[in-house]
Design a protein around this ligand. Structure first.
Ligand code: KG4
Ligand code: ZN
Length: 804
């Protein structure tokens, strides 16, 4: 900034069909920004394709480079979920790449300000399109001094309801209406008497200028130099939960006794192994027993069954969340709390003595606090006996701090501590990572590293590639050097957020990627800095040789986050972009074990989304010999585990059970075993397993889960071996390798190694940790593309349907 008087900012918003991308100059003495270049244009669903090129254009027009820019402003919505994420992810990439402040701005206010800039004054209602027949309605007062926001929080409403609310205003006759929601719902407004009160169509969207004005009014020029404008902290405004969470919330708001078994299967099975699920009315008696036993010698009274039952009934003003843990068919833990304003008050946490110190309380509290977050809580509080050091230590480790004390509350010399934590709790989901969603402010922009000449030369010789993977439910970042030495490998898994829904929820996956992306990238840069032994400060993106990202296949909303971020980083750090096929990544994971692996060879891909047998004739020359006709192998593991009420993901659970089972106990079908081709079919096997379970339960027999798991695995793996061996014979290759999440299965690894080894075939397996989704495998593909100079243009988009 020019003596803090003049600043230049880039303003981006892709929440609506208007792609806003402009460069503005702000002067302390001037009330309005000077627009140096305006690239705002209508762009339907192509924001991820057009944004970065538009930005390049406006920078040229404004005669600027990132060195002349003092900060990035980005619209946080509300708007289209994917649209908002494209803008925010790109902006995060830009801010990380150029080490610039990132500041979030309300898209709705930016729309009001764009009307203000064209001279509109009076009461203005922005009716932004929220899709599905809904609007984000927002009222503003525009006068000569500026725009005043007349609501506290953004909200979403049925269009008819929003129209009705505005029609009931005493100033309805003077209300001027704008916003892209009019495209769909204009007639509703007309019917309510607003026909003459619409602003001109070209004002219905936010503008770059509107974003800058909003920033100046809400935050002010000085905010740019606050030193704590962390791109990790800027998140979309959604106003609404994902559908899965919405259903979950409805369930939480209901008396839980009415909800059928949480797993959708016979309750007898659900209890066999430690699992966590919402408390049901049928748990009340056992819960009371557990509570009584735990607090037998405590001075305060325990909860009774009728009290638990009344907790499960509906509490409209202070919703409850109660979870229980079962093991071996018995209730061994419970936790619950209620929501009061924006705070979760934890009411009770109990774990049976025999199951303490196994993380049960943490798992239960993770669920309860996640529910509370869904219900809008930002903090959690509880009371605990100060003498109960086990409990206070547990809470402290979750981030709870003492905020008060009630002397002698639990009797003489037994104080109650009042503890409070901010949400999310510090849960040990991924203990290596620093908390990426921490609300505490960290300095940003960060200090630039100082490198000696030798260090700088070493860095440029090693040509580091940073790789990003976000195709499904892992946000992963790795850094590799040109010789294939892995310098960082970070994975932030979201499994806990999806497990309760029995599988990956795409909308939740996309949200989590946006939340953690910057944190995971930072963690990888720090890990690589340590691995390289650099003294002069943390590695920064401009010191890398390239950034690479998974382009597909996968969940489109999840892929888009990684791709948008990588493109922003590429432009701002002035390093080339490389895009990688996720399936090729699974194949290249084998090179982490055997760098000298050379085609031709046969490759089996067995993951959650794919089952393929591939003849790798040369690098990049893949002949897909056969695929599954229906379910993928990993998917089948997941579905079978779900049918058994064992949780998600099913692969690891089933393989653990199978360890002590008899693979010949049950004769499950081996579909397509003798089809004399390389196609697979797994849906019949899944049905056979489910039918078997039902029959056994109906006959009153106890299931042997170990035998069941081992027999199921054998049915899957026999077919895999047979077809792999036939493919090897057909092609005459000497080498065989495996990849994908199911390649982590120890029985499959051992069986293939033994059986193919006996037949003179060299079997190569990826490191066990590099089978499920990770970025090391993406990095391994990318470094070869770097050597060949195979770069992508900055208008690439995610491609959810890519094949090999
Ligand atoms: O490759 P991946 O992480 O994601 C996709 O690209 O699909 O594969 C995930 C799949 C899940 O279905 C999971 O159940 C399975 O891999 N999986 C396993 C094991 N570990 C993960 N399947 C069998 N045995 C395992 N040990
Ligand atoms: Zn995968």
């Amino acid at each position: 900034m020019d003596q803090d008087r003049i600043a230049r900012v880039v303003a981006i918003d892709t929440a609506t069909d208007m792609l806003c991308c402009s460069v503005a100059q702000i002067e302390r003495t001037e009330p309005e920004p000077l627009m140096l270049a305006v690239g705002d244009h209508a762009c339907r669903r192509r924001a991820n394709v057009e944004l970065i090129h538009t930005l390049e254009d406006v920078l040229v027009q404004a005669n600027c480079t990132f060195d002349d820019i003092d900060g990035i402003l980005v619209g946080r919505g509300p708007g289209s979920f994917t649209g908002v994420r494209i803008g925010i992810s790109s902006a995060k990439g830009l801010a990380v790449g150029a080490n610039l402040p990132l500041l979030g701005v309300s898209t709705l206010a930016a729309t009001a300000w764009s009307a203000w800039s064209s001279g509109v004054r009076g009461l203005v209602g922005v009716a932004a399109d929220a899709m599905r027949g809904e609007l984000y309605p927002a009222l503003f007062r525009l006068d000569d001094t500026g725009v005043q926001r007349l609501f506290e929080r953004e909200s979403v409403m049925k269009a008819a309801q929003a129209v009705e609310a505005w029609a009931a205003l005493s100033e309805a006759h003077e209300l001027l209406i704008t916003g892209d929601g009019l495209l769909r719902h204009q007639s509703l407004f007309e019917q309510a008497g607003f026909a003459e009160q619409f602003l001109e169509t070209d004002l219905w969207w936010p503008t770059g200028e509107g974003l800058v004005c909003t920033f100046l009014a809400d935050q002010g020029l000085d905010a740019l130099s606050s030193g704590v404008n962390d791109p990790a902290a800027v998140l979309p405004v959604y106003t609404r939960l994902s559908d899965a969470e919405e259903n979950e919330r409805r369930r939480l708001g209901q008396p839980m006794g009415e909800v059928p078994g949480a797993t959708g299967v016979a309750e007898e099975l659900a209890g066999r192994h430690l699992q966590v699920r919402p408390m049901a009315a049928s748990d009340a008696e056992a819960a009371a027993c557990l509570d009584q036993a735990a607090f037998a010698d405590a001075s305060h009274s325990s909860w009774t069954a009728p009290q638990f039952l009344s907790e499960l009934a509906e509490h409209a003003n202070s919703p409850r969340s109660w979870w229980v843990a079962h093991d071996d068919g018995e209730l061994i833990g419970l936790a619950g709390g209620m929501v009061v304003e924006a705070e979760l008050e934890i009411l009770d946490v109990v774990v049976r003595l025999s199951h303490r110190r196994q993380g049960v309380a943490r798992r239960l509290l993770a669920q309860v606090s996640y529910d509370a977050q869904m219900l809008g809580c930002t903090t959690a509080s509880l009371e605990v006996d100060a003498n109960n050091t086990d409990a206070t230590a547990l809470y402290a480790s979750l981030g709870f701090k003492e905020v008060g004390r009630r002397p002698n509350y639990y009797g003489q010399a037994s104080d109650a501590l009042i503890m409070r934590a901010s949400l999310p709790l510090r849960l040990p989901v991924n203990s290596e990572l620093p908390e990426p969603t921490a609300t505490q402010m960290r300095p940003w922009p960060r200090r630039r590293p100082k490198r000696s000449c030798e260090e700088a030369a070493e860095l440029s010789r090693r040509r580091l590639t940073l790789a990003i993977e976000s195709s499904c439910d892992e946000t992963a970042v790795a850094i590799i050097d040109v010789d294939g030495k892995l310098l960082a490998n970070q994975v932030s898994t979201q499994i806990d957020f999806h497990a309760r829904f029995g599988g990956v929820v795409p909308e939740i996956a996309s949200r989590k990627h946006v939340e953690v992306m910057v944190g995971v990238v930072d963690a990888a840069l720090e890990e690589a800095t340590a691995a390289l032994g650099l003294d002069g400060g943390v590695l920064e993106p401009s010191e890398l040789a390239a950034v690479s990202v998974t382009q597909g296949p996968g969940l489109v909303g999840a892929l888009v986050v990684g791709v948008a971020f990588a493109k922003g980083l590429s432009l701002a750090a002035k390093i080339p972009l490389i895009v990688v096929n996720h399936l090729e990544g699974h194949l290249f994971a084998n090179l982490l074990t055997e760098p000298d692996l050379k085609p031709p060879f046969i490759f089996t891909l067995v993951s959650g989304g794919h089952t393929m047998l591939v003849h790798v004739r040369a690098w990049g020359d893949y002949e897909v010999l056969g695929e599954t006709l229906d379910d993928a192998v990993g998917e089948t593991f997941d579905k079978v585990a779900k049918a058994l009420g064992l949780g998600y993901p099913g692969g690891p659970i089933i393989s653990r059970l199978a360890e002590t089972g008899n693979p010949r106990a049950i004769d499950f079908p081996r579909a397509m075993m003798h089809s004399h081709d390389f196609r697979f079919s797994l849906s019949g096997l899944k049905t056979a397993v489910v039918t078997y379970i039902e029959q056994e339960v109906a006959a009153g027999r106890t299931l042997n889960l170990h035998d069941l798991a081992a027999s199921f695995e054998a049915a899957v793996f026999d077919v895999q071996f047979k077809k792999a061996w036939e493919a090897i014979k057909l092609t005459g290759v000497q080498d065989y390798c495996l990849g994908g999440g199911v390649a982590a299965n120890p029985h499959l690894r051992q069986m293939l190694t033994e059986k193919l080894g006996r037949r003179g075939i060299r079997v190569i397996l990826p490191p066990q940790g590099a089978c499920t989704d990770n970025a090391a495998m993406i990095a391994e593909v990318a470094r070869r593309k770097l050597e060949r100079g195979e770069f992508a243009s900055l208008d690439v988009d995610a491609d959810p349907n890519m094949t090999l």
